[in-house]
Every structure is written in structure tokens, then in C-alpha cells.
Design a protein around this ligand. Structure first.
Ligand code: 4G4
Length: 248
């Protein structure tokens, strides 16, 4: 999967490109992240990318022209990487966007790639956004100093869902939210910690009972913590049977 990130602080992205599962995916070329600094597309001696807002008021606004050139460069790179531009949307990370959830992430896993536009200051000139932005995404209802952290959150959530990255072992699909429920609890060594034992069923080696127990734990947690998710949950055949046993 292809990513081009347009940001005036490209160094921030080492947080994901050099570490952990995403860092490994990049080394293996399962995901590629191109960093594009709009400052490199300025023409003035000061390399200005921001200006005072028309109409006055506090703060600065990112100017359209360097960003337009940065987007054109990102699209060139996407095509060189073999992307169909219709499957490589320009995504703007902003507090005004659609909230990111596992449903949006699942849609994005099907793209060839994405061009992520990171705003700073008070945001970006509206005319650039109207012309070039295909999707506007928020990672939640809070304000940050820039779109860089949201862009990293988005890339992490998409890259960890690529089948090759998780070794095709379905562990990403079994996670919290992907199947519409919260995750079950997990246990490992030692057998006893702070006087607390590991639930017996997990030591039984009975795989069907373990699967059922984990599902029931997911249900109980979701009902207690996220009634909104429980309301929307639609069980498959097996899960329906387990729920019946629970209520009998
Ligand atoms: C666009 C407009 C995203 C981008 C204004 C970005 C929170 C999120 C930014 C701004 C962001 C989010 C500076 C307010 C950058 N903050 N919730 N900040 N601001 O996804």
C-alpha cells in the first residue's frame, strides 16, 4: 500500500517508520510512506507556507499554492508506484472530518494508497480543500496542533490490517471493534499473579470451549462498557448459538 504524506514536519513520522510492526512493514515494502514537505515547493526566499487570514483574527493559514504543487508531486509518485489515482484519495486530517472507526479503516484497506494532507496553524485555505480533497477524516473530538499525529494514527490502523503485515494469521480481524465487539481479556505466564489464577478453561486445551468463553467475555464487556456497540451487534450463526446457551 502506498502513502504520500504532505507535512511541514516530516521528521515526526520516524515515530512510525522506524519502529514496531509498521516499521517492519515498510522495510519489507508491504507499505511505503513518501514524505513531502510543502516548503520545498515555495518560490520565495523565506520559503513561506503560511500567511495571515483575510478578515483578520488570530493565527495563520496555510497557503494553497505550495500545497497544490505538493499534491501534484504526490500524485506523480503514486502513479510511478503503480496506483490507480481513482483508488488513491487525497485525505485531509481535520477536526471537522468524519470520525475514524474500524468501518472507515476497512474501506481504506481496499485502496491502492492515500495522499494524506496534514494541516498546521489554523488550517488550510478553503479553496485548496474544495479543489483537491476527496475525504476529510478526524480521529476524534479533540484539537491537536497539527494533522501529523492523526495521519500516523490512520496509517497505523490501515497498515496493521494488511493481510501480509499480520502474517495472514487473522489476528487483526479478531481484534476489538473489527467484529463489532470489544476484545476479550488475555492471560500469559505466570499461572498465578498477585493471588489471581488464570481462568481454568484457558488451560483446558478444549479449543471450542475457549472460543465460546472468549466470545462470552467480549459480550459481557461490550454490554457493560459500550451498550451503543452491543445494540448494533449482529451475531453470526455460531455466536447466536453461544448467546442462546448464555440465556438458558
Ligand atoms: C485542520 C484544521 C486533526 C487541521 C485545523 C487535526 C485534530 C484533528 C488542524 C487544525 C488537528 C483530529 C490546528 C485545529 C490540525 N487536530 N481530531 N489539528 N487545527 O483528527
Amino acid at each position: 500500500m502506498f502513502f504520500a504524506v504532505i507535512s511541514i514536519l516530516p521528521e515526526m513520522f520516524t515515530a512510525i517508520t522506524e519502529y514496531g510492526v509498521v516499521g517492519r512493514a515498510i522495510k519489507r515494502e508491504q507499505a511505503m510512506i513518501h514524505l513531502i514537505n510543502p516548503r520545498d515547493f515555495t518560490t520565495d526566499n523565506y520559503r513561506r507556507i503560511d500567511e495571515r487570514p483575510f478578515g483578520g483574527g488570530p493565527g495563520m493559514v496555510m497557503m494553497a499554492e505550495p500545497l497544490e504543487k505538493a499534491i501534484a508531486h504526490a500524485k506523480d509518485l503514486a502513479m510511478q508506484a503503480g496506483c490507480d489515482l481513482d483508488k488513491c484519495p487525497v485525505v485531509y486530517l481535520s477536526p471537522q472530518g468524519e470520525t475514524l472507526g474500524e468501518t472507515v479503516v476497512t474501506q481504506m484497506v481496499a485502496f491502492d494508497g492515500m495522499i494524506l494532507l496534514c494541516g498546521r496553524y489554523e488550517g488550510i485555505d478553503e479553496r485548496l480543500l474544495e479543489t483537491y480533497v476527496d475525504m476529510e477524516i478526524s480521529i476524534g473530538d479533540y484539537v491537536l496542533t497539527g494533522g501529523e499525529l492523526p495521519a500516523m494514527v490512520l496509517m497505523d490502523s490501515v497498515i496493521r490490517r494488511l493481510p501480509a503485515v499480520m502474517g495472514d494469521d487473522l489476528s487483526a480481524e479478531q481484534d476489538s471493534f473489527v467484529d463489532g465487539l470489544l476484545d476479550c481479556p488475555h492471560y500469559t505466564k505466570p499461572l498465578e499473579f498477585q493471588g489471581k489464577a488464570v481462568p481454568d478453561v484457558l488451560l483446558s486445551g478444549h479449543h471450542a470451549n475457549i472460543a465460546k468463553w472468549r466470545f462470552i467475555q467480549q459480550v459481557k464487556r461490550t454490554q457493560a462498557r459500550r451498550p451503543d456497540l452491543w445494540e448494533k451487534f449482529s451475531p453470526n450463526k455460531q455466536q447466536l448459538k453461544w448467546l442462546k446457551d448464555l440465556n438458558d
